[in-house]
Design a protein around this ligand. Structure first.
Ligand code: SAM
Length: 177
């Protein structure tokens, strides 16, 4: 099971970023995103609507504080993977991380509390340059799962894309449009 913990959401600054973190988590086959920080019904609803139309069992939940989330998943035996440019390079730690089937993947936004660095089993960098939690998550999930799974999974939604060399084709509950 793969859970993504998005730290410290701020309604004004992070609405698109948090939505995109969640959509990347879903598309790359994580099971759930837990958003901490400010409660933002709009961001939660946007992701839920997309998940409803496009299928699958992805869950979007909110909890104010990250500490109980980290404690809970540690107790359940999940490996805690914190994505940060200060961590060890992904290619160096990937094999070790792959030994774990249950991951809590933590991505930041505002300044990440030092407790996260200390409690993480793996502090992992995706390059040593500052970039984005959306990109770091996508690259990490792609490397961890192998991307074939993301291409072959049937989400079973009302909307489904028919891949084309040119043009756009979406099947909507049996009809194409
Ligand atoms: N100083 C931050 C850090 O620790 O990576 C950069 C802040 S960045 C605006 C927000 C989030 O993007 C970080 O908390 C981290 O999860 C992710 N991030 C940014 N650059 C990254 C990198 N090179 N490797 C892994 N994660 C990164």
């Amino acid at each position: 099971m793969i859970i993504v913990l998005r730290l410290g959401h701020r309604i004004e600054r992070d609405k698109r970023t948090t939505t995109h973190v969640s959509l990347v988590a879903r598309a790359f086959l994580a099971d759930e995103v837990i958003i901490t920080g400010e409660r933002d019904e709009h961001a939660l609803e946007t992701v839920r609507k997309i998940a409803e139309n496009w299928g699958g069992t992805f869950k979007t939940t909110y909890e104010k504080n990250w500490q109980p989330v980290v404690k809970r998943f540690k107790e359940k035996g999940f490996a805690l993977v914190h994505l940060t440019m200060y961590g060890l390079p992904l290619p160096e730690v990937l094999a070790e991380i792959k030994k774990n089937a249950n991951l809590l993947i933590i991505v930041g936004g505002e300044k990440v509390p030092s407790g996260i660095y200390k409690q993480a089993d793996f502090n992992v960098s995706v390059t040593f340059q500052p970039h984005s939690e959306i990109a770091a998550l996508a690259v990490f999930l792609d490397r961890y799962r192998g991307n074939l799974e993301a291409y072959t999974k049937n989400f079973g939604g009302q909307l489904r894309i028919v891949p084309m060399k040119s043009g756009k084709k979406v099947i909507s509950a049996g009809k194409s449009r």
